[in-house]
Design a protein around this ligand. Structure first.
Ligand code: DC
Length: 226
């Protein structure tokens, strides 16, 4: 099998990783792998069982009972399958965001998911987004991007997104949740969120989505010829 191409996009919650990564993957004809959704699926599964994301013994005891599947629909949208059940919509709540952040600090969870993520990238050209893709999961990735924006900008975008969907949104509460997740994700002992030495930092605070996509496409072309 010829060697596959991997594009790693890391960054904090709400930096626009999934929107950007999905667009880039679509343009290149690569698989888009949203690794946060995998952690969310684990968090959702444990939550249904009543296991706290901080309960190391409980998480270790039940993790083997979970089978996580990733499927793609015709729009390239990633679906998460938990023991045969599509939970794509169920994992997108604030509660599961927090629990995913906490459960992702459990060593057994990171260990199980590491092999799974590497296997997808071994088989396919991927744009993979997460927190530790360039540093831990795919240190050999040909392209490494660290996508970021100020916490205020990220909270504002999230607030606008919820309001556009007709939902209630409190900017200050969202900002606080984002700051809490940033803290948890950057301070856990294993594979914390940090920029790899050879990643290119793209601060999207003052950029439009199109500008970010173009910037990253230029980097991809420079590094891979694609
Ligand atoms: O990207 P997201 O918000 O869907 O991710 C949810 C949580 O999962 C995030 O707060 C930390 C964890 N995560 C991780 O630890 N490593 C990754 N590669 C992706 C996500």
């Amino acid at each position: 099998m010829s060697k596959t191409i991997s594009i790693a996009i890391d960054g904090p919650a709400g930096a626009g990783k999934s929107t950007i990564a999905r667009r880039i993957a679509g343009e290149l004809g690569f698989y888009y792998v949203d690794t946060g959704a995998i952690y969310r699926t684990v968090a959702y599964f444990m939550d249904l069982l009543g296991v706290s994301p901080k309960d190391t013994d409980g998480v270790e005891r039940y993790i083997d009972e979970l089978t996580v599947g990733i499927e793609y629909d015709e729009d390239g949208l990633q679906h998460m399958i938990m023991n045969g059940m599509d939970v794509t919509g169920d994992i997108r709540t604030q509660d599961i965001s927090q629990k995913a952040s906490l459960i992702s600090a459990q060593p057994v969870v990171r260990e199980v998911l590491l092999d799974m993520q590497r296997e997808v990238a071994r088989q396919h050209n991927v744009v993979m987004d997460g927190r530790d893709i360039a540093t831990v999961v795919l240190p050999e990735a040909q392209v490494k991007i660290f996508l970021t924006a100020s916490a205020e900008v990220r909270a504002k975008r999230r607030t606008d997104e919820l309001i556009a969907k007709g939902q209630k949104a409190d900017f200050n509460k969202i900002l606080q949740e984002i700051q809490q997740r940033d803290y948890q994700d950057t301070h856990r002992p294993i594979a914390p969120l940090k920029m790899a030495r050879d990643s290119v930092k793209v601060d999207t605070s003052e950029m439009t989505i199109d500008q970010v996509v173009q910037t990253i496409r230029n980097i991809v072309t420079e590094k891979t010829g694609r």
